[in-house]
Design a protein around this ligand. Structure first.
Ligand SMILES: NC(=O)c1ccc[n+]([C@@H]2O[C@H](COP(=O)([O-])OP(=O)(O)OC[C@H]3O[C@@H](n4cnc5c(N)ncnc54)[C@H](O)[C@@H]3O)[C@@H](O)[C@H]2O)c1
Length: 400
């Protein structure tokens, strides 16, 4: 069986590799020729431990090949980005154009699956799009939605072992998609319909967003009340049925900070908690920024000189190099643009260089700075020796 994956990014590339390892003949398609070239040379264009060896094996065994062009296959998987537009409306144009690129190759009996995180109803919409161009395929192809829930950094394990939810536009489509995934997934495959599967993915990330918003709101209340929020949460979690998450500098990444908008955009009158959680988590970053500004101001009035500030971490969560939608990156940008007169030393140990900031070594920045602002709880920061003569603003629990 030949499978064609459209989109060779963080999700599409590892899935192509694992599917090839599972015995399928796979062609991975990307519009970016550099990604295609690198992949065919057995080189990863993303960072993921252990994956390059598997890629090399898949390329050498000729089970996987990358191309800029879709090829006739038996199954097609859409794994392209689904960002939101400026007004937080979902942008499914990538899914549409990837689907259009597949349509000329579709034939009776083929499987078409969307893996991209998508607003409810997208799979049915794409089936309608296919039928508009190819009415001959009505009831002749299998169409399903199968979201991905892997954790970058642990993708190889989770792609194989996580349970998956698979929802077809009808039962036979669900079964066909399950037959495909069961060749390489050891986790349970849960059948449902396409709308439930789409909503399931959005629900998972909205649930995380709401829970983090609760912790972030608590952190702001506790700051005003003079209570250590991390101690409070630890104590509250001693209750056998309470499990509060930890607060941070906001919420980032391209999933939790994005997917809830796919619900609020379509159900603005109903999605009250989900919308408020988004607002709280966005506000938390601005609140952190204000706190830093305030500290700079007080330092400079007291000492009658410019403050040196170490801005520690740009990634959206600990120990990764991913800066997408990062609240730490936003706070750093605000400080650079409107950071009063302070001298800023910006630190991100997981990347070599940044397009807008000059990066400093984390140990040197820590030693030189008057004010330390922890934005991302990278492991490196936890080994820094506490220093009494520094002002520390720990927004992410490095010292906890
Ligand atoms: N990265 C994650 O951790 C994660 C987890 C779960 C779900 N998702 C979802 O999976 C989808 C893909 O995410 P990602 O992180 O892999 O994105 P990505 O940006 O890393 O990769 C997407 C790739 O698709 C390519 N592309 C865009 N349009 C194309 C087209 N028409 N034809 C061929 N290639 C095209 C791009 O060049 C890019 O290489 C998104 O909907 C995302 O929300 C991602």
């Amino acid at each position: 069986m030949k499978a064609c994956f459209i989109g060779l990014g963080y999700i599409g590339l590892p899935t192509s590799i694992i599917a090839a390892k599972g015995g399928f003949n796979v062609v991975g398609v990307d519009i970016n020729p550099k990604i295609v070239e690198k992949t065919n040379q057995g080189e990863l264009h993303i960072i993921e431990n252990g994956l390059e060896e598997l890629l090399k094996e898949a390329i050498q065994s000729k089970k996987l090949r990358a191309s800029t062009q879709v090829e006739e296959s038996d199954a097609y998987f859409i794994v392209v980005p689904t960002p939101f537009k400026g007004d937080h409306q979902p942008d499914i144009s990538f899914v549409e154009s990837a689907t259009r690129s597949v349509i000329p190759f579709l034939k009776k009996g083929d499987l078409y699956v969307i893996e991209s995180t998508s607003p409810v109803g997208t799979t049915e919409k794409m089936y309608e799009l296919i039928l508009r161009e190819r009415p001959d395929l009505e009831n002749e192809i299998y169409v399903a939605y199968c979201p991905e829930r892997v954790l970058p950094g642990n993708i190889i394990y989770e792609l194989v072992h996580n349970d998956r939810v698979i929802g077809g536009i009808n039962e036979v489509s669900t079964q066909k998609a399950i037959e495909f995934y069961k060749q390489f997934v050891k986790g349970e495959l849960h059948p449902t319909n396409s709308k439930t599967a789409e909503m399931c993915k959005l629900t998972e990330n909205s649930s995380r967003d709401v829970q983090i918003a609760f912790a972030n709101e608590l952190s702001i209340i506790c700051d005003k009340a003079g209570i250590n929020v991390r101690e409070l949460i630890k104590l509250a979690n001693k209750h056998p049925r309470v499990n509060i998450l930890n607060p941070g500098a906001g919420v980032g990444g391209h999933c939790i900070a994005v997917d809830p908008y796919f619900i609020t955009a379509d159900y603005p009158n109903e999605a009250k908690i989900i919308a408020t959680a988004r607002e709280i988590n966005n506000y938390k970053s601005l609140w952190c920024y204000e706190k830093v500004l305030n500290e700079i101001l007080q330092f400079e009035i007291k000492n009658q000189r410019k403050a040196k500030v170490a801005v520690m971490g740009l990634a959206f969560k600990p120990n990764i190099d991913d800066l997408r939608e990062s609240p730490s990156g936003l706070i750093a940008s605000l400080l650079v643009q409107k950071g009063a007169s302070a001298e800023l030393l910006i630190v991100e140990p997981n990347i070599q260089e940044h397009s807008s900031f000059k990066l400093s070594n984390y140990q040197e920045a820590y030693e030189q700075a008057d004010i330390i602002v922890f934005l991302t709880a990278h492991d490196e920061f936890k080994s820094l020796k506490p220093s009494e003569d520094k002002i520390v603003l720990d927004f992410c629990g490095v010292l906890a």
